[in-house]
Ligand binder design. Structure first.
Ligand SMILES: NC(=O)c1ccc[n+]([C@@H]2O[C@H](COP(=O)([O-])OP(=O)(O)OC[C@H]3O[C@@H](n4cnc5c(N)ncnc54)[C@H](OP(=O)(O)O)[C@@H]3O)[C@@H](O)[C@H]2O)c1
Length: 275
């Protein structure tokens, strides 16, 4: 596995972690087996949220991690956008920790919701750190301006990550967020890195050809393209052991520069149809 340092902390997170959105839709034993296999293969960063299956995904994660050394894992979960009032954040975090059966390594605001003052939400999150329920604070789906605002408002901590959609198909973070995160050493956690499975299941021809030339699969190339960038980690979701094993093969090699350019040029010339 390759790692990225969580800046300002003693934590190293793997470049490829495990997403869990809709994991509760898979047969329970299969989902748990997939998560456990991922952890064995070094994908020790696990992303979940109170919103995923309204607690069911967190419960599954709690079950899956039982056999492992807790300190080897980095567990990320998120407070939903309607729970951002001070008391609600506190309550939501405790409920998430109870379902996970452990503390939360990185607690994220899932989506910004300006009906709640950001300072109030962040004050509750900082207190959760003092209370030992949360270790680090992060955000998700924050614009660059809002990310900067959150950093200003935090009194004793910094934002360690902004989790946003980023893949070969969705390139918006490259405009301003990614350069800022790289400069400021904030981890950019790429969600839907397989474009919700489409890059793996129905890859565009160009990606297929490049993957074949490299002796890799389209999913592996799509993830490797992301994680080759400084400060970027990816959290693909897979609820099957064979899928997880394939994803674990996304690290430990690099796409040659000329092929990286080809993948980039392709995206600029034609918007692949989204379906
Ligand atoms: N912060 C946010 O607002 C936000 C939003 C969306 C997602 N996320 C997080 O990011 C994670 C990943 O995003 P995502 O779930 O939207 O999409 P994704 O990771 O881009 O794609 C997931 C899909 O890819 C399939 N897949 C994985 N490996 C595969 C392989 N080797 N071959 C074929 N198919 C494969 C999975 O199928 P199987 O399940 O059948 O294996 C699943 O259907 C989420 O699970 C969640 O943790 C966060």
């Amino acid at each position: 596995m390759e790692y990225e340092e969580l800046d300002g902390t003693d934590v190293k997170i793997p470049k490829v972690g495990l997403g869990t959105y809709q994991i509760e839709a898979a047969p329970k034993e299969e989902a748990i087996a997939a998560l456990r296999r991922g952890i064995e293969l070094g994908m020790t960063l696990i992303d979940t949220a109170e919103m995923y299956g309204w607690g069911k995904a967190e419960e599954l994660v709690g079950e899956a991690i039982k056999p492992f050394d807790r300190e080897s894992l980095t567990i990320v979960t998120k407070v939903w956008g309607t729970n951002l009032a001070y008391d609600s954040v506190k309550r939501a975090a405790r409920a998430s920790a109870a379902r996970l059966g452990t503390y939360i390594d990185i607690y994220l605001i899932h989506w910004p919701n300006l009906s709640y003052p950001l300072e109030e939400t962040l004050r509750a999150m900082e207190e959760l750190i003092s209370e030992g329920i949360v270790r680090y604070i992060g955000v998700s789906n924050f614009s660059l301006d809002l990310l900067k605002r959150a950093r200003e408002l935090l009194e004793h901590n910094d934002v360690v990550t902004n989790q946003v959609e980023y893949s070969l198909r969705v390139r918006e973070p490259e405009e301003d967020l990614l350069p800022y995160c790289q400069r400021e050493r904030i981890t950019l956690m790429a969600y839907s890195p397989l474009d919700r499975g489409r890059l793996a299941k129905r890859p565009p021809q160009k990606l297929k050809v490049i993957a074949a030339r490299l002796g890799k699969t389209p999913a592996q190339v799509a993830i490797n393209w992301l994680i080759s960038k400084p400060m970027v980690v990816a959290i693909p979701k897979a609820s099957r052991v064979d899928h997880v094993e394939e994803l674990a093969g996304s690290v430990g090699w690099r796409i040659p520069d000329e092929l990286v350019r080809e993948l980039g040029v392709l995206e600029e010339r034609s918007r692949w149809p989204r379906s």
